[in-house]
Every structure is written in C-alpha cells, then in structure tokens.
Write a new protein. Structure first.
Length: 85
C-alpha cells in the first residue's frame, strides 16, 4: 500500500504541475486542483504516518512528495483566490 500510494501521489504531482503551468489564467481550475491537492496531502501524510513502512529511501521521497504538494497547494490557493486586476 505504501509504495502504491507513493506512485499515485507522484503521478498526481507531475500531472498537477504540468496542468497548472499550462492553465495559469484559469482560476477556477487552479482552485479545483488546490482542493484536490489538499485531499492528496491528507492521504499522503495519513499513509506515511499510519502505515508501517521500511526506513529506506522511498520513505524519504514520500515525505518530499508530500511537502512539495503542500507548497504547490499554497501556491495554487494564492493563484486561485487572488483578485485579477
């Protein structure tokens, strides 16, 4: 389960980054992705701290993916909810 969730979150991160960069002017889409990212963050940290896993490099990368998702969600919320001038 740990490895499967890691790969799902990594693929989501890549898709999310690519799609966000191509749709920067679409605030509604960015808001939607930000909220989906919040769910991915909750699932990611829940799996990391709730499921037993070996202390190897995959565990380190799992945390890196989770924290990159946190930063990306903050950026997406900023871009999604800022006022357009």
């Amino acid at each position: 389960m740990f490895t499967a969730i890691f790969w799902i979150l990594l693929i989501w991160l890549i898709v999310n980054l690519i799609w966000m960069c191509t749709q920067l002017s679409n605030q509604k889409l960015i808001k939607t992705f930000a909220w989906i990212n919040v769910v991915a963050i909750i699932i990611g940290f829940w799996v990391f701290y709730g499921v037993s896993h070996p202390a190897n490099t995959l565990a380190t990368w799992f945390l890196v993916v989770n924290w990159v998702n946190v930063v990306l969600a903050i950026v997406q919320f900023y871009l999604g909810y800022r006022k357009q001038s």
